[in-house]
Design a protein around this ligand. Structure first.
Ligand code: XMP
Length: 509
């Protein structure tokens, strides 16, 4: 086990993720964790994370220097590096104007005889973000990397296995950062790198069993990847103490409700599917404003869930499929609300529970998918694209009716089906159909039609914050268009959305 000691930096979970990517098990612990507890974990290596503080201030987070006597290798990153220098007798001070205050991409020169830098080029870009400077490094340490501004971008005491870097090797902007982390883990800590998602799964199951004991667990299942994987993990761990409430709001894609239900049939859990289509459509009648639709579906979801929870009675744990990016996003209150996103996020008011259980809180999306596979969830569920909480309600422009939902469901299914068959789907990040509230005149057979215009949306993106419209080959689009107008009654015109985000968003509402 590698211990990541958290001093409050932005990238702590990213460090943990990099360690896992190297096939090494790790746990993130706050720096306030009692030393005995850390020692009992018997780490083979420790990583001190970055953090926003200045180590020379009284209020700065510290760790008992006894940790340096354990004979366990330590890698200090940014604040972690300064803390190590400060604790071992060096000197850290605020950077002067002309010395080493560095932010962003910085050309860095490495001493490749240092174990941390073995096998990498002697020059590369690193990502810096520090206003303090190591004026003096502790005795026993040598300088192993420098930049134009700063003679000590990295320090090492190879004898004791202590390494410190001013920059962030865990972020993508740092060239060879992953190699450096791997070097620390393999060459310095002698990790063997054989840890897998299977191991994660086993230890997560054991941890859930320990925590839950004989308690009752309740989970709201939306059918999305995160809540499905959380449900599967809990089902595997404490199946017969778990109740999953799957609220089918009637605004899911074709066959989706049945697929979700089928995916859980192999576990012995209490699965309650609530078919609430009529109720949701009733609430949405005549509502055209997108934000209002979102709010209605979000609130109604919670109300339905609460009603089911009341029938079940008091539970010990309310489980949620929160994943790490949700933890970060909800922590930043700065950004303007473009759309109010709804997942199963908001906490229901009237559910009687003692504690929240969030077994995926430390994982990134692709790790969640990997875990889902490990648990034997079907691929269509695990590799599912993002699907908004309000479902088709925000892909039907204008007021929502059952007739429109049925039209959209079928058209959307054909779009997805053709993209999968032609293998074009693998080039795309997200794709779906939108039912516009435009009708236009057409001709079918010998008759006039006056039917719906359907829009197709397909994008490529890394992070869904920005996106480009996908250049789907014309012959595939042609095939999709022909199939939809032939097979979906009520649609006589297809348009393809060629707007990037920004200025548009991915969804239409
Ligand atoms: P936009 O439309 O804002 O969407 O460009 C960005 C991504 O978020 C998805 N999306 C949602 N996801 N709840 C969600 O979980 C929501 O309410 C929601 N609205 C949009 C959207 O599908 C895209 O992937």
């Amino acid at each position: 086990l590698v211990l990541v000691l958290d001093f409050g930096g932005q990238y702590n979970q990213l460090i943990a993720r990099r360690v896992r990517e190297c096939g090494v098990y790790c746990e993130v612990k706050p720096y306030t964790t009692p030393l005995e507890e850390l020692r009992a974990m018997a780490p083979i290596g420790i990583i001190f994370t970055g953090g926003p503080n200045s180590v020379y201030l009284d209020t700065a987070p510290h760790v008992d220097p006894e940790i340096f006597t354990w004979g366990v290798p330590i890698l200090g990153i940014c604040y972690g590096c300064q803390l190590m220098a400060h604790s071992l007798g060096g000197e850290v001070s605020p950077a002067q104007e002309d010395t080493a205050r560095e932010y962003g991409k910085t050309v860095t020169y490495y001493d490749t005889t240092c174990p941390l830098f073995q096998g990498i080029p002697s020059e590369g870009i690193s990502w810096m973000s520090h206003g303090d400077y190591m004026a003096q490094v502790p005795s026993g340490f040598s300088l192993t990397a420098h930049t134009k501004m700063c003679p000590n971008a990295a320090i090492a005491d190879m004898q004791r296995g202590f390494y410190g870097v001013q920059y962030h090797p865990e972020v993508n902007h740092t060239e060879y950062g992953m190699e450096m982390i791997r070097n620390f883990l393999y060459s310095v800590c002698h990790a063997n790198g054989d840890w897998t998602m299977h191991d994660f799964c086993q230890s997560a199951i054991a941890a859930i069993r320990k925590k839950v004991g004989s308690g009752k667990v309740l989970l709201a299942l939306s059918g999305g990847v995160d809540s499905s994987v959380a449900a599967a993990l809990l089902a595997e761990a404490v199946g017969n103490q778990l109740t999953c409430v799957f609220v089918d709001h009637g605004l899911l894609r074709l066959h989706e409700g049945d697929e979700v239900e089928a995916a859980f049939s192999k576990w012995n859990l209490h699965f309650r599917r609530v078919n609430a289509e009529t109720r949701f459509l009733g609430k949405l009648t005549g509502v055209e404003e997108p934000e209002q639709k979102r709010k209605i579906v979000g609130e109604e979801f919670i109300r339905v869930f609460e009603e089911e929870a009341k029938k079940i009675g008091a539970v010990d744990f309310l489980a949620q499929g929160t994943i790490y990016p949700d933890v970060i996003e909800s922590g930043t209150g700065e950004a303007a609300t473009i759309k109010s996103h709804h997942n199963v996020g908001g906490l229901p008011d009237y559910v009687d529970f003692k504690e929240i259980l969030e077994p995926l809180r430390m994982l990134f999306k692709d790790e969640v998918r990997q875990l889902g596979r490990e648990l034997g969830l079907p691929e269509y569920l695990v590799s599912r694209q993002p699907f908004p909480g309000p479902g088709l309600a925000i892909r039907i422009i204008g007021d929502v009716t059952k007739e429109k939902a049925d039209i959209l469901r079928l058209a959307d299914f054909i779009f997805r089906d053709e993209l999968s068959k032609s293998r074009e789907a693998q080039n795309l990040s997200q794709f779906f159909a939108v039912l516009t509230n435009t009708r236009s005149v057409g001709v079918m057979g010998d008759g006039r039609t006056y039917d719906h215009t359907l829009a197709l949306r397909a994008v490529t993106t890394d992070d869904f914050m920005t996106a480009d419209w996908a250049r789907i080959p014309y012959d595939i689009l042609d095939c999709i268009s022909t199939r939809i107008v032939n097979e979906v009654p009520g649609v006589n015109r297809i348009v393809y959305d060629i707007t990037s985000k920004p200025p548009a968003t991915i969804e239409w509402e």
